[in-house]
Design a binder for this molecule. Structure first.
Ligand code: PLP
Ligand code: ZN
Length: 426
């Protein structure tokens, strides 16, 4: 049973039947999936969700789970599903103490099948793509999406074409190629890749997860919001901080909270949502800080390559969500990003990629300024694994000692280190 009604333009409200389209043909506004919320409210409860699978698909009634629409009779078995979602939401008291926050939590989305939150959006996008009759999946990616599309396509038996900027981190390149995708490295930045993909999408009958099937894709990020609420005992946090590239994830976490309130699954309470970017690619944060609301495209230059989208598709909607919920936006330097990665690892045992460093470093600034308040229940979304961006920390950390396999050698290394510490203190 699916509760999806169709697609609707966010700007002018015109409606469209379910298809692989993403912009309104009248006003060029983005299209969004619409649902029969009355029917969902009748059928969906905390108990029915708890009986669902231990994955993001426990929220299937609130997703474009089109397989069931297709009438194949195969139902959920036709989902494209590697088990994304229901990642841990863990309290982070040691990091909280370092940042001056009393009730900090980490949503650890490094623990998805291809180690980033992109598995959520891809699982939904490819499920919809297959139901809409596509046999080939494709995407323009800053790295994590490439890995996720390649992995999910492999499992689903779909052909795939994955387009990336040619300067991406090696683990992301190899980590996509290993799944047997057609990996296309483009000499240019993400915005160049995306432009090319818009043209390719017009020529070939492929499902581009973040182009022609973007309305379905984007809905997958709502599951971050649903999970946070469920994991907090069906209550909303006071404040969520999320990294922004296109801005879509942030917008959809906010939408998830609105839907839960509308459905009576959580009690109505104000929440705030804040966004984090790298200073070297901060078009959305810049528009927030200068108060213009005008998102001006930039040429990215940052170690946070996963967030390096200079012309963000959902920038305006991210600004709207942050303003409406009285959140904020911040940006941080490459050095602060590395310090953010290190601080999270040292205090909470979670190793994040550069995007996570951006989130923690921005949270640190916002907490220091009192914008994120000490007593708030804060959730920081950590969206990708540190092993994907080892270059960012290479040379900054390493072995404490390099010794021969002899006890005396270890003991003298310990003594030398103790002496060095003493000297440093003196
Ligand atoms: C690890 C990671 N975090 C966050 C984002 C931001 O996603 P969005 O484009 O939805 O803002 C991305 C996007 O590629 C990402 O790879
Ligand atoms: Zn429109």
């Amino acid at each position: 049973m699916s509760y999806v009604e169709g697609l609707q333009c966010r700007e002018c409200g015109r409606t469209y039947p379910l298809a692989a389209v993403h912009v309104c043909e009248f006003c060029f506004g983005p299209l969004e999936v619409t649902y029969d919320y009355d029917a969902i409210a009748r059928d969906v409860s905390h108990a029915s969700i708890a009986q669902g699978p231990p994955s993001m698909w426990r929220y299937a009634p609130l997703l474009p789970a089109l397989t069931e629409d297709a009438g194949s009779g195969a139902g959920p078995r036709h989902r494209v599903d590697l088990g994304a979602g229901l990642t841990p939401l863990v309290p982070a008291p040691r990091l909280g103490e370092a940042l001056g926050l009393d009730d900090l939590w980490i949503k650890n989305d490094t623990l998805n099948p291809s180690n980033s939150f992109k598995d959520r959006v891809v699982s939904v996008a490819l499920t919809a793509a297959r139901a809409l009759g596509f046999h080939t999946a494709a995407c323009a990616s800053t790295g994590n999406l490439a890995q996720s599309v390649a992995a999910h396509s492999a499992q689903a038996g779909l052909d795939s074409y994955v387009f990336i900027p040619s300067n991406l981190e090696e683990p992301k390149v190899l980590g996509a190629a290993i799944y047997g995708t057609n990996l296309v490295a483009v000499k240019g930045n993400y915005d160049d890749v995306n432009r090319l993909c818009a043209e390719v999408a017009g020529e070939y009958g492929w499902a581009f997860v973040n182009v022609n099937v973007r309305p379905y894709y984007a809905e997958g990020s709502k599951t971050l919001g649903f999970e946070i609420a469920e994991q907090l005992g069906w209550s909303l946090p006071d404040h969520v901080i999320a990294p922004m590239a296109s801005g879509s994830m942030l917008v959809k976490i906010d939408k998830a909270f609105s839907e839960l309130v509308k459905l009576g699954l959580v009690s109505e309470a104000p929440w705030r949502i804040s966004g984090a970017q790298a200073t070297g690619c901060s078009p959305i944060t810049a528009a927030f800080k200068d108060g213009s609301g005008m998102v001006r495209p930039v040429k990215p230059s940052t170690i946070a390559k996963s967030l390096a989208i200079g012309n963000p598709a959902d920038g305006y909607y991210a600004l709207e969500a942050v303003a409406r919920t009285h959140g904020a936006m911040e940006d941080v330097s490459d050095a602060e990003i590395v310090e953010g990665i290190s601080l999270l690892a040292r205090t909470e045992g979670i190793f994040a990629e550069t995007a996570g460093g951006v989130t923690i470093a921005c949270l640190r600034k916002l907490a220091a300024a009192g914008t994120v308040e000490r007593g708030e229940r804060v959730v920081a979304v950590i969206s990708g694994l540190g092993l994907k961006t080892l270059d960012a920390i290479a040379g900054q950390v390493g072995p404490a000692f390099t010794i021969t396999p002899a006890l005396e050698d270890f003991q003298s290394a310990l003594e030398l280190a103790a002496a060095a510490r003493q000297e440093a203190r003196a």
